[in-house]
Design a protein around this ligand. Structure first.
Ligand code: ADP
Length: 500
């Protein structure tokens, strides 16, 4: 707008000296004409000055036109009035002046209007070029069609996507870009759209196709936007070739299906393996335990030692098999959890009771700190929560030292969360090994120690807790001890029972 206003001012100010010169010449010529006229034309004397005034205003501008009036009046006074000073002549003189001024005003308004139109044209042309540029540069192929479906304009991308030159598209029906078997459907859509044009994607939830000049079809996405003025409707369509997109989608679907099949096979394999592995192991352990009883009293001390070794190795294997099968079942999405509001304290006590003999044998003191806050319920599968706690507390005992401590603390770190923290005063985990925690079969060097383990406990604990909607965290200082914790969704015990 500012630009437009400035240009207009500049246009008015451009009346130059030649305009004034022209006004003087025009009036002098008119006077010469007037003097050359015979006396019998006296009655129309002032009219002879009009062409001079109009021409001056038209060619030279408003000020030159006004100069022309002034000169004409002077001439009239000098040449005509002294000869005859009748009031009628004075009236004619004033009428001449008034009509001349009106002429000058009209001519100057016309001049200004003409200049305005010229400026407006320039602006429109400039805007047109900007819009044309934007239309051309659009990253998608774009066409503009009228309400009969005839292509009015197409951009450069259209040539690339459809293989037509622009001249071959303009003034042709849009239908040439639609595969023949879809044209009827397209015509219906188009008629519906033209009746109620709104910006929107075309054929939502449908697969649309375009037709190239060489006859090949390809999937497209189309967005439509209307331009409506009075009875005039133009529709612009942005067309995107989504072949690559669809290809990736199809590959993803195929990969997902393949993975689902593989996952089903894995679950099947696991359930049959768990049977195949546990059954003979149960037999080994069962008969081993029978042997250990030595009801006939026939076993030598050495044989009893062998039997004890068989049982220990069998139990270790049994644990490993169970953990690995659980882990695999979680990964295959086949682990069934029974998540219910559960009181955590009895589960923690059960874990501590179960591990008390191990703690005693390792000369580690076990204790527990319970919050004074109201009792809470966690959302958990009780059996799996116990399994997770057994893993954390047994690690805290195993990777401890004689005379060390293990403390289980319950706290409420945030609204709706309950934390069970297991802190030990054990050997700790070196900072450079902490990143390898929670990796299956990763024992962080403990394999070389005398501490028994499989390297599956922590990863299984994390997966179990996450499957229950919780998280597992830890921190540790080498030589000082470690803290592992489980955060679970929780609510006050009273809240839940009152809702039930
Ligand atoms: P496992 O105890 O059967 O080896 P885990 O998965 O439970 O396997 O633990 C992995 C490794 O993390 C252990 O071998 C041990 O090196 C380390 N670790 C776990 N808990 C502790 C702890 N409380 N203190 C020190 N090291 C620990």
């Amino acid at each position: 707008m500012a630009l437009w206003g400035e240009r207009r001012l500049a246009g008015l100010a451009s009346v130059d000296g030649s305009g004034y010169l022209f006004a003087v010449v025009a009036v002098v010529l008119a006077l010469a004409l007037r003097l050359a006229l015979p006396d019998w034309l006296q009655g129309v004397q002032f009219i002879t000055f009009f062409p001079a005034v109009i021409l001056s205003a038209f060619v030279g501008g408003t000020s030159a036109g006004l100069l022309a009036i002034a000169l004409s009046l002077l001439a009239a006074v000098a040449f005509i009035l002294p000869a005859d000073t009748l009031p009628a002549k004075a009236l004619a003189l004033s009428l001449f002046a008034a009509v001349s001024i009106a002429n000058v005003a009209i001519v100057s308004a016309l001049r200004r209007a003409a200049a305005d139109v010229k400026q407006l044209n320039a602006v429109l042309q400039e805007n047109g070029q900007v819009f044309r540029g934007l239309f051309e540069m659009a990253p998608d192929a774009a066409v503009v069609v009228d309400k009969t479906g005839t292509i009015v304009a197409a951009n450069a991308q259209m040539e690339k996507v459809f293989g037509y030159r622009r001249g071959e598209l303009e003034r042709r029906p849009f239908d040439i870009l639609v595969p023949p078997h879809l044209r009827d459907r397209h015509a219906q859509h188009f008629a519906g759209y033209a009746a109620n044009p709104q910006p929107r994607p075309m054929g939502k939830n449908q697969h649309l196709f375009g037709l190239r000049k060489d006859g090949s079809e390809f999937p497209v996405e189309i967005s439509l936007a209307p331009f409506v003025r009075g009875g005039w409707v133009l529709i612009s369509a942005a067309i995107r070739d989504v072949s690559a997109h669809r290809q990736i989608e199809a590959e993803l679907v195929a990969a997902r299906e393949k993975a689902q099949v593989a996952s089903l096979a894995k679950t099947d394999f696991l359930s049959s393996m768990s049977h195949e592995l546990r059954t003979p192991l149960n037999a080994v352990l069962g008969f081993g335990q029978l042997l250990a009883l030595d009801q006939d009293g026939t076993l030598t001390a050495r044989q009893k030692g062998y039997v004890a070794d068989i049982l220990k190795a069998g139990e270790h294997l049994y644990e490993l098999v169970n953990d690995v099968l659980d882990l695999a079942a979680i990964e295959a999405g086949g682990l069934k959890l029974f998540i219910l509001p559960t009181l955590p304290l009895p589960v923690i006590r059960q874990a501590l009771d179960f591990l008390a003999p191990l703690a005693a044998a390792s000369q580690v003191v076990l204790d527990m700190a319970v919050p004074t806050a109201p009792p809470m319920l966690v959302l958990a599968d009780e059996r799996r929560l116990l399994q997770a706690l057994l893993n954390l507390v047994s690690n805290a005992i195993k990777y401890n030292r004689a005379g060390g401590r293990v403390r289980v603390e319950v706290s409420l770190p945030a609204a709706g969360r309950l934390r069970i923290l297991v802190a030990d005063t054990g050997i700790g985990i070196p900072a450079d090994r902490q990143a390898a925690l929670f990796q299956p079969f990763e024992r962080l060097g403990a394999a070389q120690s005398r501490v028994e383990g499989t390297g599956v406990g922590l990863v299984l604990t994390r997966r179990l807790v996450e499957a229950m909607g919780g998280t597992v965290g830890f921190d540790s200082i080498e030589g000082e001890g470690s803290r592992f914790w489980i955060d679970l969704p929780a609510e006050e015990a009273g809240t839940h029972s009152s809702r039930m």
